[in-house]
Design a protein around this ligand. Structure first.
Ligand code: BDP
Length: 327
């Protein structure tokens, strides 16, 4: 009888353990910084749906939008540590963790978005992927992050002299602080979620971002001067924790990559549409937009940023040159 009870108990433990294993897999959590309706958000929801569909419900993900699971720098650490499994990150805040990813944060390194895709589809993209993987993140696909321009509450920026003395919010990455300093401004690194209030209360005079984020955050309401500098074009990744990835079968891995590629194609299409719509929306709502007649003045001012980066990362010079030499 005792033996029977022991066997029954052992069986119970086994069933519970199996249950936990299954539910652990069923409970993958995904991090996203953006709000409902944003191109990335829509594409991530599609990704979740495709993964569930293609795996016959075996792989399930719950996406948490609007940074409800914390700010981006913390989320990067969480996915690396396996506390979260999936995320969409900008290569910007990833740069301090993944040196190879940081090359895209050198101002004006990309000519335009098509240039980004040519670079990422080639050897440079593979090097950035390998760099991410070495830090515990497996890249599943690339998202469009658009071109970032300056905006502020004071007046139009036409030349670098207009930035002198301005307090400008940047993402957490020394390269961006260096970029603002090189223009004579005062950089202020802070989390995305804090920018609206900081602009509103004058803690900072300005920030920089792409059209969809300028619009979706409402920053245009409190910093209506948008100056098209396009100093950064930062791609984004859809990624998964490397340990989780390594426990998956080849079929499961293929499902994730396929779903991520499809989601990326959708994101890139929606991105184009939203960029135009956002520009039109902020214009209708009072944003004052200006072109910058001589962008070369801003480009020239970036020399110390490049010099500093290459001095600190001599081994990344070939990657920088590979991007610059990609037609
Ligand atoms: C947006 C990026 C997001 C960044 C944000 C920022 O998609 O990942 O966190 O900019 O400026 O464009 O912090």
């Amino acid at each position: 009888m005792k033996k029977l009870i022991r066997v029954a108990l052992a069986l119970c433990v086994l069933v519970m353990a199996l249950g936990l294993a299954v539910s652990a897999q069923a409970e993958w959590r995904g991090w996203n910084i953006h709000v409902e309706g944003y191109p990335n958000t829509v594409a991530l929801d599609k990704f979740v749906e495709l993964v569930a569909e293609k795996s016959g419900g075996e792989l399930e993900i719950t996406m948490y939008h609007s940074a409800t699971l914390g700010n981006q720098s913390d989320a990067i650490e969480q996915v690396r540590a396996g506390a979260l499994e999936i995320a969409n990150f900008s290569l910007g805040p990833l740069g301090p963790v993944v040196p190879e990813a940081n090359v895209v944060s050198l101002p004006f390194i990309f000519k335009d978005t098509d240039h980004v895709w040519r670079v990422l589809d080639g050897e440079a993209g593979d090097m950035i992927k390998a760099g991410c993987e070495a830090k515990g993140l497996v890249v599943l696909s690339w998202f469009d992050g658009g071109a970032r321009s300056f905006y502020n509450s004071q007046g139009p920026i036409m030349t670098p002299a207009d930035v002198v003395g301005m307090k400008i919010r940047v993402m957490n990455n020394d390269l961006y602080s260096g970029m603002i300093s090189a223009l004579g401004g005062n950089p202020s690194p802070m989390a995305f979620s804090e920018v609206y209030q900081s602009l509103k209360t004058g803690v900072v005079d300005g920030a920089e971002n792409n059209w969809p984020s300028y619009e979706s955050t409402g920053h245009y309401e409190v910093a209506p001067y948008y100056s098209i500098s396009q100093h950064l074009i930062i791609p984004e990744i859809l990624c998964i924790n490397a340990d989780v990835w390594n426990t998956l079968s080849e079929d499961q891995q293929a499902i994730l990559v396929e779903a991520a590629e499809e989601a990326a194609m959708l994101q890139r299409q929606l991105w184009k549409e939203r960029s135009e719509a956002s520009r039109a929306m902020v214009t209708e709502n009072g944003a004052m937009i200006n072109e910058i007649p001589e962008k070369s003045a801003f480009q020239d001012a970036m020399a110390p940023v490049y010099e500093g980066f290459l001095a600190d990362n001599p081994d990344l010079r070939p990657l920088v040159e590979m991007i610059q030499n990609t037609p």
